[in-house]
Design a protein around this ligand. Sequence first.
Ligand SMILES: Cc1cc2nc3c(=O)[nH]c(=O)nc-3n(C[C@H](O)[C@H](O)[C@H](O)COP(=O)(O)OP(=O)(O)OC[C@H]3O[C@@H](n4cnc5c(N)ncnc54)[C@H](O)[C@@H]3O)c2cc1C
Length: 603
Amino acid sequence: MPDYQAPLRDIRFVMDELLDYPAHYAGLPGGEEASPDVVAAILEEGGRFAREVLLPLNQSGDQEGCLLEGGEVKAPKGFKEAYAQFVEGGWPSLAADPAHGGQGLPHSLAMVLNEMICSTNLAWGMYPGLSHGAADALRHHGTEEQQATYLTKLVEGTWTGTMCLTEPHCGTDLGLIKTRAVPTDDGAYDITGTKIFISAGEHDLAENIVHLVLAKLPDAPEGSRGISLFVVPKFLPDADGNPGERNGVVCGSLEHKMGIHGNATCVMNFDAAKGFLVGAPNKGLACMFTMMNAARIGVGIQGLGLTEASFQNALAYARDRLQMRALSGPKAPEKAADPIIVHPDVRRMLLTQKAFAEGGRMLVLYTAQMIDIVEHGTDAAEKERAETLLGLLTPIVKAFLTEVGFEATNEGVQVFGGHGFIQEWGMEQLVRDARITRLYEGTTGIQALDLLGRKVLMSQGESLKVFTKEIHKFCQAEEGSSELAEFVRPLAKLNAEWGEMTMAIGMKAMTDREEVGAASVDYLMYSGYVTLAYLFARAAKQARAALAEGTEEAAFYRAKLDTARFFYQRLLPRTRAHKGAIEAGAEPLMAISAEDFGLGFEI
Ligand SMILES: Cc1cc2nc3c(=O)[nH]c(=O)nc-3n(C[C@H](O)[C@H](O)[C@H](O)COP(=O)(O)OP(=O)(O)OC[C@H]3O[C@@H](n4cnc5c(N)ncnc54)[C@H](O)[C@@H]3O)c2cc1C
């Protein structure tokens, strides 16, 4: 069975040394509660919960899957009990507003815990995973009554939330949805339609499920302008706020899928189910975006968590497995062969995983600070800047970390050789589980369009400039440091190139809009590498400073420098390929007609 240890030392490095979280928390209203001692205790306990409670259920949950009987779904054995412990421990309410029963700790802290959950049991993590987003949508857009009825329950975790967008004929293009909402005399709505692929749509972990559903009013305008958001509980709350009458929403079937078997992916049939409008009529998509943005960051964290899990297990295996001798001569002459970690190619795979795990963690925690500031900040200018950066980084966190998460988990299988392909080691499960993260909450293609089209080009490059200016300032400040030159020089060049390339795409797009779609995924990956390069340069600076000062943990800081070097010398050159593809433009993609694609097998 795979093992896992919460990477607490690395988390401490990123939070305390790199991003100065103690000062960040001290500057947030109520942030003083998150003192370094409290944070350390919470993370340690979270790591213990993930390792001792969730990890043992990961493989059994994958093999057992979920069971649908008479409209009721049973999650795999042990999931319900683990969830009860989770609620009992107060984990769901950690970062929620005290006004709704939350503990008021910063959101970033919950994100670190989320990484641990995703490393140990992604399928389980998706039961509580959408409750936070559902609560957010209600907090921002719900009426006082809706908040009183649903928020406290979602925050304490006794009820869970879902996000019901997708229908059989539409996933990306939500303007096509057919689910109808017909007003009733009591001010509520009858919701009728079919939603598919609904994560945790039905299960036995919580006493009630709160569905947030997109549907169309009878007089709604066509397309995405005519979508409204409704809250539709599985059980209608009674006068005391407890689960009462069963509502007309049932699980029709469970999907059989490639991964996350322990999570119920449901077809949900709404048959005149009672729903209540959230926010203004026809403004549902905007309300749902509150949920989707939080969920997108959450999916990026899934990529990170799986990367870390795969890395830890591949590393242990590579130290243990004896095969062949090192090319330069035996490294363990007393043994029958050398451990495979001596071989350069195995090191390439392990370091790729390590760099993506440590780089991804820096990116998530950097972005988490923006979320804290947007949520709790008091300085208007600082909030505006954080909001811009958060908008820019959200598609990068979501798509880049899930793309490289899939690569990293695949490399984990490769390190195990044929054993990686065998179920009992648990490495192939990580690949299967990672595969969905590139799809749901908007595919990589859609995130890339969001980044390049909406966030960068629609702001005339202004949002990108906020970030590239920060990188430029860092490079300028470190220009004179010969020790950091190996990082700062290539970073400064790439940072300038990022802006120039964006302008060039913008110019081309003025004559041909297809240029945006043609460039977008390569642009997103390029952006991800440059963003991680910035964070690795800062990490290298920190590591050098610690080593210069003298430390008992010299090995930790040297390894950090080595990882940064590996990233710069072996992974960052991938930006050349992405740039080349971007510059090739739309022509090689659009030249062939849809009919001519299939000529090779027509005759
Ligand atoms: C296990 C699982 C859990 C899920 N959980 C939920 C959930 O809880 N709630 C929910 O509502 N949905 C959920 N989904 C649905 C998921 O969000 C969608 O599958 C996803 O958004 C893609 O939609 P689609 O499958 O309809 O693909 P399509 O929209 O048909 O896309 C097919 C392909 O075309 C590409 N494409 C589409 N439009 C464009 C464009 N304009 N430009 C470029 N490329 C484009 C896409 O990138 C993709 O590669 C889940 C799905 C799965 C498999």
